[in-house]
Design a protein around this ligand. Structure first.
Ligand SMILES: [Fe+2]
Length: 279
């Protein structure tokens, strides 16, 4: 069973750009490639920061682009989102009964648990899992069948990644989340966004993947703490394949337009320069 992860779309109103980029153009390109190359994807999940300023017109723009999605789309919220304008457009989005955009679903090959770490009332862009949300998490962890992997999704990493400017806005109560997971059940994989950089590793025995943003990226800067450095590094999406005791995470740079060649082609091996793809 396969699915696709996108994150940090940072939509703005139609026809507008953010940091010189058009998020709608990028998402359209991603959806086109996903539709062509992964018709077997069960769904596409977008792990938060759907809109940059939480504007109603940005969510409307996102909804319009998503009408071309080749598979069902599951949406999470991030620190740049606002619940009310989001719900005004995406009225059928996940609701845990307390108004949070959280869900738990059991599929044939795995279970999926998505959390809402947006802290709308907080003083910074840091995330939070309040009592109600931790309660939802605990309930879902207890309900998750033990005969298949449990995949968990949330916007904010609950731990430091070594990028000081992002660590100061991570999930504020990551230790509390870890205590709950350790007590009830640790997921088999944790997928996140927020950092706008590709990062993978293991957090207290939990393998994790942080997906690169669809919109602007964050520079690889392990020093600066007071400002967030941005770049136009190429975006990608992740294709996750869950089957027979393995979880494979591919990352695809879908805007790549450089050369494509066979490695065993002697002409390509000797070429001073290869032509770029015409696709
Ligand atoms: Fe973001």
């Amino acid at each position: 069973m396969k699915f696709v992860i996108l994150t940090d779309t940072h939509f703005v109103a139609a026809g507008h750009r953010l940091y010189g980029l058009d998020p709608a153009e990028r998402l359209s390109a991603a959806l086109q490639v996903i539709g062509l190359d992964h018709p077997d994807a069960a769904f596409i999940v977008i792990t938060g920061d759907l809109a940059h300023w939480g504007q109603p017109e940005a969510y409307a723009n996102l909804a319009h682009v998503l009408t071309r999605a080749p598979a069902p789309v599951r949406l999470l919220l991030g620190n740049h989102d606002l619940r009310r304008p989001f719900r005004a457009v995406f009225s059928a989005a996940d609701d845990d009964g307390n108004g949070f955009v959280q869900s738990f679903a059991v599929f044939e090959r795995f279970s999926m648990l998505s959390l809402d770490t947006l802290d709308e009332d907080g003083p910074t862009h840091a995330g939070l899992l309040c009592r109600a949300r931790l309660g939802f998490l605990e309930d879902a962890l207890r309900r998750a069948p033990t005969d298949r992997p449990l995949l968990m999704f949330q916007h904010h990493p609950p731990f430091d990644t070594g990028l000081p400017h992002m660590d100061r806005i991570r999930l504020r109560n990551g230790e509390e989340e870890l205590a709950l997971l350790s007590r009830v059940r640790k997921p088999d994989y944790l997928f996140m966004g927020h950092i706008h950089r590709p990062i993978a590793g293991v957090w207290h025995g939990i393998p994790f993947h942080i997906q690169r943003a669809l919109a602007h990226q964050v520079d690889f800067d392990l020093v600066t703490a007071d400002r967030v450095p941005g770049t136009h590094e190429a975006p990608d999406y992740a294709l996750v394949d869950v089957a027979d005791g393995r979880i494979i995470v591919h990352q695809r740079s879908f805007l790549y337009e450089g050369p494509r060649f066979w490695l065993d082609d002697p002409e390509a091996q000797r070429a001073a320069r290869l032509p770029v793809s015409s696709a």
